[in-house]
Ligand binder design. Structure first.
Ligand code: FAD
Ligand code: DLZ
Ligand code: SF4
Length: 512
């Protein structure tokens, strides 16, 4: 009784549920580099190189484990272009009693594989995704009957349930959250450890050539390429983070600096999200660093909150609110994406930095994604559909389950506040406080209106002005709204004029 086991490109772990109970001598593991997955949005070139290379390395590992692997490369003659067609083709080659796979990470693909059983007239066993800590249903159970779904409370439940950073029923150190210690800008001369550079082998070189050939019009730079593509390499990246950067992670978590894309972040989202690392092992390593006195509590708790809290929370949030989440747009934002989101060509230094680094690395750290790029998308009223597509394309760690809640709910407030209690809107002064970007900018962060003024300043008030109805009843907006209400009509007119001139320019592809 042969079983066909399908392993998707982001499920690259020997412990993945799709492989549980495998009979090496009988079963086939099928993996395929397919046009449909690589182009349903036009992923960043580096993202495709990373994933295809990691897939090829994982297939090789499976072969070493003596499994029967059917690996279909992108340019194989037998490549059918989609997972469905590839599985169909394989079912014609050999007889199988059933198909087994781990639940895909995206709604789109889950719906697709749910239809396979009928289409192939074969049982399809879709197993729970064991790449996460919270099991299916945990979020839904927690969310049931709650008016507000704040991450902080979900996170506390996860701490209690797993025992990470717990002393009995109490959080280690007496507090659940040390965020107030985690908001320092980066002092000018801070020395920042270099990010881990992994060696590029022949497999990756082959994939680089392939991506150059077949995806020439996709966004982004392939070289330099230094990401991990095996579990061993990903563990090296994790080691270096724990040894060199975790100590300062907390304090500088929200900082940004000119030409410093990596700072003290972990750079492991790529590996967590494609299965090379498991969140539990990552958290255990950070916790151990605290108990061994190698990193302070604010850093370790801050990091664990990201992985055990935010990451698990957004995944639960995604499945709880799909498919409605993907079309929500309570602020009715409609503007198309400005061209500079692809070219990086803008005089706004913060955006230029974040977009250029994104193009080079298929990576930006959290506060760049949130408070520069996201904040701009919110204030300028960019359409959630366009912004979601951009984020899904440009980051090598982007899959819809994690990208969509962060974009639609966290930055755009398109869900009307199910995730965030108020929009993460900020003027230029926040960016100025947390970075040195403004010092190198053509605009003046201290000017509020007019040609030279920082666009974030007037866009902020124009955003409030435009969205009064949607935001007016939110008590968390009271302070902002009070300031707004006290503004003179004259000042408001200047704000509206500056904002409309700026928005007119981006709508007409003029330089800003
Ligand atoms: P670190 O700063 O070192 O954080 C450690 C880990 O915590 C990350 O690796 C990640 O797994 C997890 N984490 C932190 N914040 C979040 C969060 N908000 N949601 C989920 N996990 C989190 N992360 C993705 O993995 N994929 C995405 O497509 C993605 N899109 C984002 C879009 C927007 C608009 C925003 C604001 C955030 C997005 N994030 C996304 C979250 C976060 O920015 C990245 O996880 C982080 O920048 C990855 O870099 P790092 O591994 O160095 O993270
Ligand atoms: C993202 C991606 C890409 C670019 N290519 C493939 C592929 O060729 N084959 C594959 O099995 N998976 C790929 N993936 C990952 C899938 O799109 C992923 O499984 C879904 O997005 C669900 O998270
Ligand atoms: Fe960005 Fe405004 Fe600062 Fe320029 S002045 S870097 S546009 S926040």
């Amino acid at each position: 009784e042969k079983v066909l086991r399908v392993v998707l490109g982001d499920q690259l772990n020997l412990s993945i549920s799709a492989l549980e109970g495998i009979k090496a001598a009988y079963d086939t593991v099928i993996m395929a580099e397919v046009r449909e997955e690589a182009t349903y949005v036009k992923h960043h070139k580096k993202k495709i190189v990373f994933l295809f290379s990691a897939m090829r390395h994982f297939a090789r590992l499976l072969e070493q484990e003596k499994f029967n692997v059917c690996y279909v490369a992108y340019d194989d003659e037998s490549n059918k272009g989609s997972l469905f067609e590839q599985v169909k083709h394989q079912l014609r080659q050999e007889e199988y009693s059933k198909i087994v796979l781990t639940m895909p990470g995206e709604y789109r693909l889950l719906e697709e594989v749910k239809s396979w059983s009928d289409k192939f007239s074969l049982p399809v066993d879709i197993r729970p995704d064991n790449r996460f800590i919270a099991d299916d249903g945990f979020f839904a159970n927690w969310a049931k009957g709650k008016k507000q779904l704040r991450m902080e409370f979900f996170y506390r439940e996860m701490r209690k349930r797993t025992g990470f950073l717990m002393e009995g029923d109490h959080p280690v150190g007496g507090k659940w959250n040390y965020d107030e210690q985690n908001r320092s800008p980066l002092p000018a001369q801070t020395s920042i450890p270099k990010p881990t550079h992994c060696v590029v082998d022949d497999i990756t070189h082959d994939v680089i050539r392939l991506v150059e050939k077949y995806f020439p019009d996709h966004f982004g730079d392939i070289l330099p390429f230094h990401y991990a593509v095996t579990r061993e390499q990903a563990l090296d990246v994790l080691d270096e983070f724990i040894e060199k950067r975790l100590v300062n992670f907390g304090q500088y978590q929200d900082a940004m600096a000119q030409n410093q894309p990596w700072l003290f972040h972990s750079h492991i989202s790529f590996y967590l999200n494609c299965g090379l690392l498991h969140p539990e092992e990552v958290i255990a390593r950070a916790e151990e660093a605290y108990y061994n006195d190698n990193a302070p509590l604010n850093s370790v708790e801050g990091f664990i909150r990201q992985v055990l809290g935010w990451r698990e929370y957004v995944r639960g949030f995604y499945w709880y609110f799909m498919p409605a989440l993907s079309t929500e747009n309570v602020l009715q934002a409609k503007r198309k994406l400005p061209d500079f989101f692809w070219s990086g060509q803008t005089n706004m230094n913060c955006l230029r930095q974040c977009i250029t680094e994104t193009k080079q690395n298929a990576y930006a750290h959290h506060i760049q994604r949130l408070m520069v790029l996201g904040n701009f998308a919110l204030l300028a009223g960019l359409s959630p559909k366009a912004v979601n597509e951009w984020y899904l394309i440009v980051y090598a760690d982007a899959y819809e389950w994690v990208e969509l809640p962060n974009v639609s709910a966290m930055i755009l407030y398109a869900d009307g506040g199910k995730l965030a209690s108020k929009p993460y809107a900020a003027s230029g002064s926040y960016i100025n406080k947390m970075s040195d970007y403004c010092k190198k900018c053509g605009y003046s962060v201290s000017k509020k209106t007019g040609e030279k003024a920082c666009p974030f300043n007037y866009l902020y008030w124009d955003f409030i002005d435009r969205n009064l109805e949607a935001l007016g009843n939110n008590p968390r907006m009271n302070m902002t709204l009070n300031t707004y209400k006290k503004m003179s009509e004259e000042k408001l007119t200047l704000i509206r004029e500056s904002a409309s001139a700026f928005l007119h320019k981006i709508d007409n592809a003029q330089e800003v």
